[in-house]
Design a protein around this ligand. Structure first.
Ligand SMILES: NC(=O)C1=CN([C@@H]2O[C@H](COP(=O)(O)OP(=O)(O)OC[C@H]3O[C@@H](n4cnc5c(N)ncnc54)[C@H](O)[C@@H]3O)[C@@H](O)[C@H]2O)C=CC1
Ligand SMILES: N[C@@H](CC=O)C(=O)O
Length: 362
């Protein structure tokens, strides 16, 4: 049985949840998928870096509270994240990028991804910055190096929206997308309707692992702006920059307005949308809308998200599922690793598995 060695860049909620999955369910997954997973490097802004090319023992790391973790003093450990050295020099097969999303220029995650691809390593990431702001260039770099760049978790967390569109919508012309694409703001709007104060609702979303490290991106719509760019670029053939996407968040909506709307059968939702016109141009925007109760998006609650695809042959097809959450997003990374395996199953270095090889051929 083959194995993939992983370097985890960022050891916050999502990458810790991936490490937990590997630590607790690695054997079951290996039997099912036909390949094993081993973590050989971890870097983190706060904890430093840890390298063991024989495989890091994850259990003691996962037993420590995340705020208390320090790799300095451990064998192969350092207080310095040493990101560039780890990404370029440690012999990992896949670099898993899950540091903070920076909506302005995508850094430092953009450099992390670039270093990995330049070094001939596959990348999977849940970080929206590099995908939205430089996805096209990064895909070209990956193709030139013969490696994969996967980012299912960058839109709708573990809900496989990008792969659904890519693999299952063949022959359909998609003319637009509209959806709820941020778990935090959707959760907060629901809690405001229930009478919870804004600051308390934000704290809950942080505690539950839905919110960005700086929740401004969730509240002001920047997170959805990046997701709309990713979707429009992927499924509508657009090449949007951030300034092309009008963006208004939920900060101006008062708890009173939320409850007043509810009493009239309306629900405030933060909606992202993109529409392709006949001349090929694409309009995209993010804005709060008070939707009537019978609107399909009005019934989407909490961290659940949904995206409606407008198509020529099927009309509207809506995909709904978790839009945020540590374990849910870690699943997106696992699905990326499976996709890498499927794509490279015939490479010399890839593990072999009859079921996945068959899927690869199909
Ligand atoms: N939590 C969620 O539901 C989802 C998160 N994402 C994205 O996944 C990424 C990770 O999310 P979480 O784990 O929830 O965030 P988090 O804030 O819990 O963890 C991020 C980790 O990255 C580390 N970090 C930051 N800059 C670093 C650097 N330069 N070098 C090394 N480590 C660095 C931080 O110390 C922190 O431990 C973010 O980009 C987020 O936008 C995407 C989909 C859903
Ligand atoms: N903060 C984001 C996490 C996923 O991208 C959200 O709440 O949707």
């Amino acid at each position: 049985m083959g194995r993939y060695d992983l370097a985890l860049i960022g050891f916050g909620g999502v990458n810790r949840a991936l490490a937990e999955l590997i630590s607790q369910s690695g054997e079951r997954l290996a039997k099912e998928l036909g390949f094993a997973l081993r973590v050989v490097a971890i870097t983190d802004l706060r904890a430093g870096s840890l390298v063991d090319t024989d495989g890091i023992d994850l259990a003691p790391l996962l037993a420590a509270e995340s705020g208390e973790l320090s790799f300095a003093g451990l064998a192969g450990g350092s207080a310095d994240p040493r990101n560039e050295w780890v990404i370029r020099e440690v012999p990992a097969d896949i670099v898993v990028e899950a540091t903070f999303t920076n909506p302005t220029d995508g850094e430092p995650a953009l450099s992390h991804v670039r270093w990995a691809l330049e070094s001939g390593k596959h990348v999977c990431t849940t970080n929206k910055g590099p995908v939205a702001l430089a996805g096209r260039a990064l895909k070209q770099l990956a193709a030139a190096r013969g490696v994969s760049f996967e980012y299912e978790g960058s839109v709708l967390s573990g809900t496989p929206i990008l792969r659904t569109a890519e693999r299952l919508f063949g022959g359909l012309e998609i003319t637009g997308v509209q959806g709820i694409m941020n778990g935090t703001s959707n959760y907060i709007l629901g809690r405001l309707e229930e009478g919870v104060e804004l600051s308390a609702a934000i704290a809950e979303a942080q505690e539950l692992g839905y919110a960005e490290a700086d929740p401004t991106a969730d509240i002001e719509g920047h997170d959805v702006q990046l997701k709309v760019m990713i979707l429009a670029n992927e499924v509508l053939g657009a090449d949007l920059r951030r300034e092309d996407v009008f963006c208004e968040g939920i900060s101006a909506i008062t708890p009173h307005e939320v409850r007043d709307a509810a009493s009239k059968g309306l629900r405030w939702k933060l909606v992202g949308s993109a529409t392709r016109h006949e001349d090929g141009s694409v309009d995209a925007r993010v804005a709060p809308l008070a939707l009537p109760a019978q609107h399909p998006l009005a019934g989407i609650f909490g961290p659940v998200n949904a995206v409606a695809f407008h198509t020529d042959l099927l009309g509207t097809v809506t995909v709904s599922g978790p839009g945020a959450g540590r374990t849910e997003t870690a699943y997106a990374l696992l699905s990326d690793i499976i996709a890498i395996h499927q794509r490279h199953a015939d490479d010399d270095t890839a593990p072999t598995h009859p079921v996945l090889q068959e899927a690869h051929r199909v």
